[in-house]
Ligand binder design. Sequence first.
Ligand code: HSE
Length: 411
Amino acid sequence: MANVGIIGHGVVGSGVADILWNSREVLARRAGETIELQRVCDLRDFPAAPYADRMTKDAEQIYAADDIDIVVECMGGKGAAYRFVKAALERGKHVVTSNKELIADCGEELERIAQEKGVYLRYEASCGGGIPVIKPIEEDLAANRITRVAGILNGTTNYILTRMREGGVSFDAALKEAQQKGYAEADPSADVLGWDARRKICILAHVAFGTPLADSAIRTEGIDRLTREDMLYARELGRSVKLLAEAERTGFGWRACVTPAMLPDSHPLACVSDVFNAVLVHGDKVDDVMFYGRGAGTAPTASAVCGDVLDIVRCPRKRGERPDGAALPALPSFTRQLRLFVRVRTARTPESEVQVLAAFPGARLVQIEGEAFADEFALVTALGQEDALLDAAEQLAQALPCGAPIRYLTL
Ligand code: HSE
């Protein structure tokens, strides 16, 4: 029998408790032994929970208790969660966590402790909610040298962008909906500004390349400057706007970024809408593989946590090593070739056209019919180096009112 203690009975923790309590027979059959929900810790009271008599307000009764084998951490944040997880590992307990901030920032240290103690630290739910992606990269794709991981890794922003495009809903209203559905972080600026997606791409890149990525070297832009009009231009161009997280490994180092991007509607990532996430992984043998599913929410995320619990109980794996990427440096600047989309918020006249084309020779101009767009137009630049194009967009914005540039990618 394996005894589980959960720390944190919020959006994810309550879902995990619910599965462990209500699906215990199924899980026992699959694990080959009973998995007991032994204790749940939260500072709040949950008198209606069927396991109310197993609730405690004292986390020590979980991370330090002799009758707990597996600690499930679903508190989020780094302060207390870090202390509890570290203490649990040091006491020889397996840990399963959904906490991306903790794993992105302290994962290396915690994994080292887990290794020393001969226990498991598992965090499938930290990236992509219910989508199995970490274990498939570690196991099923182990024969590959993985050179690229790219995807839509934040459900809240994808939900907002979808609602803005398809429902004509304002940014604020869509964010509120996402919060009500339990998708958003406690402080949703982590979603909206791209930090949550950055944490997830850090974790995935570490798993895939063996390289810890430094936050400071990851260009990160959120969706806070995007407008409903940007979505309509994208539609006119046969494209969709997504918050894209990417990490790439070359022979010289790695580079990663999180930025809004306009993708052709025919691209598999462009059809990923609502709270869904998707991750594209490129391996030298398998080529492209895509993982798709619900990226946030109680039941999907709890599903991933319970998968980790089951995996620990059923099949303690021989600990292998990560791909050897530890020595890879961050490439100094993002030198990729791409196009930019820029919305110019002034009437299209011979003079404004000349100004725009002087800044971006060879740009394609885009005009949407209708009164609402009479006093503006947009452009898609010729292919150029990313930083040079962004500089040119900034300079143009000093002369003419412009929207935030959006990468116009082919992938
Ligand atoms: N706030 C996160 C998201 C939750 O929207 O994707 C899942 O990590």
